[in-house]
Design a protein around this ligand. Structure first.
Ligand code: GAF
Length: 420
């Protein structure tokens, strides 16, 4: 992966500028793991386990996961790292480099509603694991995040999955990856307050280098589809963060649930929006409030686009894939209303650039990033040019990352190799 702009996450408090500067600029996982190990030992002096999980970009299939539909994300080479060491008591002590803050929690007092603090993630993951009957050991944790926060690249799921992996390994628990993914999703629902689907946690865990992951969110069967080597996934960060995003997200989900309830009276076989065709929706349009109809139309048409996009990827038809991306963006903008003017502008600007097959907003929306399918040899020029034109139009300097699909969560192989 090449970084257009180095991620801003800091690992160390301000009093240790040298190592802090080094870790902010490392470009390979080996060095990050070594630095994290030595920093962990400075703080805690115990044997360390290191786990990491990636962020993601969604190529197509937005807001379909919680409608039992299809999605096609890819993991990207920005990771959240968790260094963990076992404690003899029942405490969890975590230090976040990003927030330069330490939090201590008791494993026996994890319950409670979202507190709107980063510690909700590790409180939630630990609580959910324990509620599912997995007894955790006390732990010291150092968290280092490379995934840009609030950019729609799923920093939350990468943190949850990395934490869950670290806490379970440390406690000697053997959970299946799928169980771990589902528990992380539940942690986000109950302890963070976003009723997310399963896409982000799933790809953070099951993503594979060089591949997009086509997931059926009902059966949870997935297929790894190679991304042709002559293509790049270029991610443009609009640098716009929408503070109300999780409230709006839950509202969209609620609209879909209203649609299902009303349509179900006429289509009793239907369990989710995944089960109907556009003709069914048009036929019963009159039973739906206008806004609910538009939300449903997005989901129904988006599911069809994902299926077509999977075939297009298999036949290496980048032009068709790109057209489906533009259509997806228009539907998210007009029917689902989760785009914003900066994302629309980035898509519009991309459509005039050489070597671009398609562009769309990616992730939950209301700000964040676009994903662009670009011919490899045009990617660097695209990166420079779109940054320039977006800045000229908005006064905002975007971050533009040229990505390749990356590996999902892993435990660092050399963990504990030199125990203290
Ligand atoms: C967020 C959610 F976490 C995902 O589950 C998904 O719904 C996505 O928004 C929209 O496609 O990333």
């Amino acid at each position: 992966m090449q970084f257009g702009v180095a991620p801003k996450a800091r690992l160390m408090p301000r009093s240790k500028p040298r190592k802090e500067a080094m870790i902010g600029s490392v470009l390979n996982r080996e060095s990050t793991a070594d630095l994290l190990t030595s920093l962990f030992r400075e703080k805690f002096r115990t044997k360390v386990h290191i786990c990491f999980a990636p962020g993601r970009v969604n190529l197509i299939g937005e807001h379909t996961d919680y409608n039992d539909g299809f999605v096609m994300p890819a993991a990207i080479g920005f990771y959240t790292w968790v260094a963990a060491g076992r404690r003899q008591d029942r405490e969890l002590r975590a230090y976040s480099g990003l927030y330069d803050e330490k939090v201590t929690l008791s494993l026996d007092e994890l319950s409670g509603p979202p507190r709107r603090h980063w510690s909700d993630f590790f409180r939630g993951v630990a609580a959910t694991l324990q509620e599912a009957g997995h007894n955790l050991a006390g732990a010291n944790l150092v968290i280092h995040g490379e995934v840009p926060v609030g950019a729609g690249l799923s920093s939350s799921a990468s943190l949850e999955v990395a934490l869950a992996l670290a806490l379970t390994r440390l406690s000697g628990l053997a959970l299946s990856r799928l169980e771990l993914v589902k528990l992380c999703q539940r942690a986000e629902h109950e302890y963070v307050g976003t009723r997310c689907g399963i896409m982000d946690q799933f790809v953070a865990s099951f993503g594979a280098a060089g591949h997009a992951l086509m997931l059926d969110c009902r059966s949870l069967e997935y297929q790894l589809l190679p991304v042709p080597e002559d293509l790049r996934l270029v991610v443009c960060n609009s640098m716009v963060r929408h503070e109300l995003a999780s409230g709006e997200y839950n509202l969209r989900r609620h609209d879909c649930e209203t649609g299902i309830k009303l349509l179900h009276a006429h289509l009793p076989e239907m369990r989710a929006l995944r089960d109907i065709e556009i003709q069914d929706l048009e036929r019963y349009k009159h039973v739906l409030p206008e806004q609910v109809y538009h939300r449903c139309r997005h989901v129904v048409t988006e599911n069809r686009r994902v299926l077509k996009a999977a075939s297009a990827l298999e036949t290496k038809d980048a032009a068709l894939f790109g057209q489906l991306m533009y259509q997806s963006h228009a539907s998210l903008r007009d029917d689902y209303e989760v785009s914003c003017k900066e994302l629309d502008l980035l898509v519009e600007l991309a459509s005039h650039e050489a070597g671009v097959y398609g562009a769309r907003m990616t992730g939950g929306g209301f700000g964040g990033c676009t994903v662009n399918l670009v011919r490899a040899e045009c990617a660097a020029l695209f990166q420079a040019h779109i940054a320039q034109t977006y800045r000229k139009e908005t006064g905002i300097a975007p971050a533009v990352y040229i990505c390749e699909a990356a590996q999902g969560a892993e435990a660092w192989p050399h963990q504990g190799s030199t125990p203290v």
